[in-house]
Design a protein around this ligand. Structure first.
Ligand code: F7E
Length: 328
């Protein structure tokens, strides 16, 4: 049986990768961090699957990664772990660098030492392009605008170095923004769908946002996971941009969500400087030609389908909340 080891398995993309690898017949080992509160909700639907095994560890702790790689010797290692919130990286820069950058070296070094034939892929980020204008592809120069992006760039070059120095099968998945109903609630798309559905049911009055002019390339986490699967299973390791090739502003996203719910976003949204970043990334839009041509990948979800799925899921959540509130 093929084996895969996934870090960040309790996160959004990690949980979609669990679904994908289980459906392909893999034995899936996932790394989860010890936390005082429950952090495995995204895996609830598949928790009892016999082919899923969660192990405690932390990508910032080399010994835990090294021991697990030595014991499991997985065929594939997918690194999704990170401190992934760009705004928060301005508050906790040193931790962010450890968790999102130096941690990649922990993974690579554990593989090189204990299981050199294990294939590796890390979730790299479009944030690395920063202020370089779109469209962005594998040839676009980097100009990071946060320590999160600086950390991702360190991880990106670490992967290339281990490939060149040790001939390891390791790749970068340069992911543009990735969304779904399982997206964390403090990222802007989910923050909007969650708030708009709650406002619709009278559970909330206002939504406070930061820079609504920022433009992003939003893909569904299902499609991002499919792309990662193809890259790590390709015979040659390489670096690929993953994105929809379409760009929308935060304002456009909010306008669409509120209008689908029969509301005008201008009546409910206010800006709060708290959500602005010390240095912003204005516009990101992928040119995913390389992965489409070389690996035959193309996204299943359109922008509107992604928005519809997120609204439908958050509406169910809001209805459950309302039921509980009304019965109190
Ligand atoms: O912000 C603006 C904000 O936090 C998107 C991560 O997965 O994708 C993600 O990074 C835009 C920014 O994602 C609010 O200023 C306005 O311009 O949803 P976000 P992100 O920073 O683009 C990349 C590819 C990653 O690698 C990251 O890990 O929306 N914005 N108002 C806001 N953003 C947030 N979070 N909250 C607001 O109220």
């Amino acid at each position: 049986m093929n084996t895969v080891f996934i870090t960040g398995v309790t996160g959004q993309v990690g949980s979609y990768l669990v679904d994908l690898f289980l459906s392909k017949g893999y034995m899936v080992y996932g790394l989860k961090r010890r936390s005082s509160s429950l952090n495995t909700e995204r895996l609830n639907h598949t928790f009892s699957n016999q082919n899923l095994k969660l192990e405690y560890g932390d990508v910032t702790d080399y010994s835990s990664i090294a021991n697990l790689v030595a014991n499991i010797k997985p065929d594939l290692f997918v690194n999704c772990a990170a401190q992934s919130h760009v705004r928060v990286s301005f508050d906790i820069p040193c931790y962010t660098f450890d968790a999102s950058g130096a941690s990649v070296i922990n993974c690579l070094e554990a593989i090189r030492t204990h299981s050199p034939s294990t294939r590796f892929i890390t979730m790299s980020s479009s944030e690395m392009f920063g202020s370089t204008p779109p469209p962005q592809n594998e040839q676009t120069p980097f100009h990071p605008r946060s320590i999160y992006a600086v950390a991702k760039l360190a991880g990106y070059y670490a992967v290339i170095n281990y490939r060149e120095a040790y001939n390891m099968h390791c790749s970068n998945a340069i992911c543009f923004n990735t969304e779904s109903p399982r997206r964390g609630e403090t990222f802007v798309t989910r923050k909007i769908t969650r708030a708009a559905t709650r406002i619709k049911l009278g559970l909330q009055d206002k939504l406070y946002l930061g820079n609504m002019d920022a433009r992003r390339d939003w893909s569904h986490a299902y499609d991002t996971s499919e792309a990662i699967f193809r890259i790590i299973n390709a015979s040659t390791p390489d670096d690929y941009v993953i994105g929809s090739g379409e760009m929308h502003s935060v304002k456009e996203f909010a306008e669409l969500v509120f209008s689908k719910l029969g509301m005008d976003y201008k009546d409910y949204i206010e800006t709060d400087p708290h959500y602005y970043r010390a240095s912003e990334v204005d516009a990101l839009c992928s040119n995913p030609t390389k992965i489409k041509t070389n690996l035959g990948w193309s996204p299943k979800y359109s922008y509107e389908q992604l928005v519809d799925e997120m609204i439908a899921s958050d509406m169910e959540l809001a209805k459950r909340e309302k039921l509980i509130k009304d019965h109190k």
